[in-house]
Design a protein around this ligand. Structure first.
Ligand code: COA
Length: 200
């Protein structure tokens, strides 16, 4: 989500091996997923221009203080890091397309992240404006949640956004995440599976 993933301020952390299935086993499940209306697929090295088309668009970064990606190289770097996550873990953010269409309409899914000293899954979604308002982000996010719950460790899932970003907030809510104002930073935080008693 906003969570400045577009700027990828978090670094890839060591894979917590003892909890996770092998990357190859997860890749079989996550590499390409068909939902009711969408194709969710692993990122390819050639996805840089599509990533820039979505992340370099001011409209998709209206609530992101860091702003849109300034150039293709920034998107290529984000792509490199996302693909590295795929390589290490066997899952990660997908490119989203409609069946039988070449164009990528968005990006999103879950990535592992250490946040507040815990292993978590970070839920992310960003679509090109012409694809907004059709339920696609909710469809992606629900699929990511279901696969995470079925195949990944029971890490909390978090979504961080800006208080003004109503579409993003509604998507998190429709995905079943709960508003956790006790976890807020400069973002408003939604989470599922984060126990209250031992919050950091
Ligand atoms: C956030 C985003 C991914 C939502 O994608 P989407 O496919 O349009 O979302 P959905 O169609 O699944 O709608 C999800 C909910 O948001 C609501 N919503 C969608 N666009 C909205 C808007 N412009 N204003 C208010 N609510 C909106 C929908 O009505 C729905 O809620 P509802 O069930 O209560 O009606 C999309 O707006 C986007 O890419 N925005 C730019 C990038 C971004 O901000 N990403 C999140 C970073 S934190």
């Amino acid at each position: 989500m906003e969570n400045d993933d577009t700027q990828r301020q978090h670094l890839l952390v060591p894979r917590p091996d003892n909890e996770l299935p092998e990357p190859d086993d997860l890749a079989h499940i996550f590499n390409e997923v068909g939902t009711q209306r969408l194709i969710l697929r692993r990122l390819r090295v050639s996805d840089g221009p599509a990533m820039f088309a979505v992340h370099g668009d001011p409209a998709t970064n209206r609530y992101n203080p860091a702003g849109p990606h300034p150039d293709l190289a920034t998107s290529e770097e984000m792509l490199r890091q996302c693909r590295q996550h795929w390589q290490v873990y066997g899952f990660g953010y997908w490119a989203v397309a409609l069946p039988q269409e070449e164009n990528i309409i968005g990006f999103g899914g879950v990535e592992h992240l250490v946040w507040r000293h815990r292993d978590v899954l970070n839920l992310y979604y960003r679509f090109t404006p012409s694809a907004w308002g059709k339920g696609y982000a909710t469809e992606l996010a629900r699929t990511a949640m279901a696969l995470a719950r079925g195949h990944l460790p029971p890490w909390p899932v978090i979504a961080r956004t800006r208080v003004e970003n109503i579409a993003s907030i509604r998507t998190a809510e429709r995905t079943g995440l709960l508003r956790r104002s006790d976890l807020d930073t400069e973002h408003v935080v939604f989470a599922l599976g984060w126990a209250s008693l031992d919050d950091h």
